[in-house]
Write a new protein. Structure first.
Length: 180
């Protein structure tokens, strides 16, 4: 059994790793969106990545919803499987998203009229909350992994709805950007 000092050291280490990973992800994504200019000539397969990203977001939302239903029914094993899968799918999304923006850049929104401000409100809330989800999700998973379930539940009450919002609005942003 670990001592209180060892647990505190583990917690501090986890916080540092989560903070470092969050900052690195935010810097890379920020650079790709705001400062990076791709060289052009991206492979045709890159054009399929936005649809893949939307599918990964939809899958994450479905897994998060199923995981919530399972934990409400006290089916802990199924809850855990769904949440680990949601984290995995979201990680695949992040890799695909970074790959797309590194190779193809960003696509400007072409919609006009009333839909334009709606798109930008959805996009800005999506981006802001996506940045917040990285440390929230990692902290939530860390606490579950350490069997610190009281603290896990406290943060999961915030993480789940925000993560769901980010996943669903990711699909909405894709649809508005590519199908309006």
């Amino acid at each position: 059994m670990s001592t209180p000092d060892a647990r505190l050291t583990d917690e501090r280490f986890a916080r540092r790793v989560i903070a470092a990973a969050s900052v690195v992800i935010l810097v890379v994504v920020g650079y790709l969106l705001l400062g990076h200019r791709p060289q052009g000539g991206a492979a045709p397969a890159v054009a399929a990545l936005p649809l893949l990203n939307a599918c990964l977001n939809a899958t994450s939302a479905a897994l998060l919803t199923a995981g919530f239903v399972f934990i409400r029914r006290r089916l802990v094993g199924l809850h855990r499987a769904c949440m680990v899968a949601a984290l995995g799918v979201s990680t695949l999304f992040l890799v695909s998203y970074v790959t797309y923006h590194a190779l193809a850049g960003s696509r400007p929104f072409g919609g006009q009229g009333w839909v334009r401000p709606v798109y930008f409100v959805v996009l800005l809330t999506h981006i802001g909350l996506a940045a917040a989800i990285v440390p929230l999700a990692l902290t939530t998973v860390w606490r579950a992994w350490r069997a610190d379930f009281a603290r896990h539940r406290r943060i999961a009450r915030w993480t789940l709805p925000l993560w769901l919002y980010v996943s669903v609005t990711g699909v909405v942003v894709y649809w508005m950007l590519y199908h309006l």
